[in-house]
Ligand binder design. Sequence first.
Ligand code: NAD
Ligand code: SAH
Length: 418
Amino acid sequence: MDYDVKDMSLADQGKLKIEWAEATMPVLRLIRKRFEREQPFKGIRATACLHVTTETANLMKTLKAGGADVRLCASNPLSTQDDVAAALVRHEGIPTFAVKGEDNKTYYQHIESAIAHKPHLSMDDGADVVSHLHSKRKDLLRNVIGGTEETTTGVIRLRSMAEKKVLKFPVISVNDADTKHMFDNRYGTGQSTMDGIVRATNRLVCGSTLVVAGYGWCGRGIATRARGMGANVIVTEIDPLKGLEAVMDGFRVMPMDEAAPLGDFFVTVTGNLKVIRGEHFAAMKDGAIVCNSGHFNVELDIPALEKLSKKKLAVRSGVDQYTLKNGRRVSLLGEGRLVNLATAEGHPSSVMDMSFANQALGAEYIVKNYKKLEKKVYPVPADIDKEISRLKLAGMGVSIDKLTKEQVKYLASWEMGT
Ligand code: NAD
Ligand code: SAH
């Protein structure tokens, strides 16, 4: 079998971790059972480019159980869990191409290896496989029946491709499902980002000032968790509605120019580029800690930070301390890549259960319906989304009320007034 992982001796440890995650993924487990019976992916070759984590491993097992010939590569050079990659190869027989810390060239070689089996389906987190197929490997496009996309930024790119009529197959936007972004982006990113900051720095959060750039789904999750840990949270935004929401949620809101000298910690989650720039780094306090949990490593203007600095020192694992020419020190976490995956382990499995249930059912939907679909970005069908929330609640042992007949009638009527 073709693969490239760091160290096969880590496989047994990886297997235990995959099983640990599986314990809190009841929805995916149910889907896997059905897939085993129904074999919806029989004869289907799928390439997945996702963070190689314990949660992704459970999704890969689910696709394989459904009959797919699946290959996996990393969607980020720093997020791979090397023991999980080894376990996927040894214990699951899934060709995996991912090594934590791989350079850019290896990253793209790994994408090449993962598409070498000529996929019918693509499964992306950031649209890297779709981009690669549309730019460098157009020869493989004719085999592809469709794809799925995990994250906000990937969906933005795919919509732009569809609008420009360059997208060559339909893609399901997993991120747009309510059972994805309302939970994964908000609670998952909220917890795992704070986890990444704490693991990397071992600094006390309470009593500090933490600046969050962007108050979308991810930003409000981080701001809320940071406040829960006792931080004074400042939010920066460019959208007046989101800024207003942050104010009403009780956060201080101001431009980055004003926040830069105040923060002890800075986190960007905007999906935009150069949100923290040279002038902001120059204004920061001595000891400020900066990281990104949003987009690729471009949300922070790292070249500007390098230019302002006279010294760079790796002071802890995942922490580069820059000494600026003004004498102050600014520490960058996880090389400016997603801090929750670079210095922690990403979102916990319980929340990825819903994201990856959407991935599995979105892929099944493509296989069943691709002939009817246009070369566009489609949401996850609403009935699938609803069913995932029902199954998740059931998996958590929570029941809710049912409408009475009288209530159903009342809600559909207009005659009854005050
Ligand atoms: P979103 O669209 O809900 O929120 C982004 C917010 O950033 C918006 O409110 C926007 O107005 C704001 N913004 C844009 N430019 C800004 C700027 N210059 N300064 C301040 N605010 C600005 O998106 P989201 O779902 O919160 O996702 C944000 C990013 O996080 C995306 O890149 C997404 O792919 C990524 N993401 C990361 C994780 C993770 O595991 N770390 C999880 C989910 C999503
Ligand atoms: N690929 C880009 C884009 C953002 S990744 C990059 O790496 O820079 C953000 C996505 O990571 C989220 O949508 C979330 O669903 C996913 N994610 C978070 N924790 C994860 C985990 N434990 N396993 C797999 N994917 C995870």
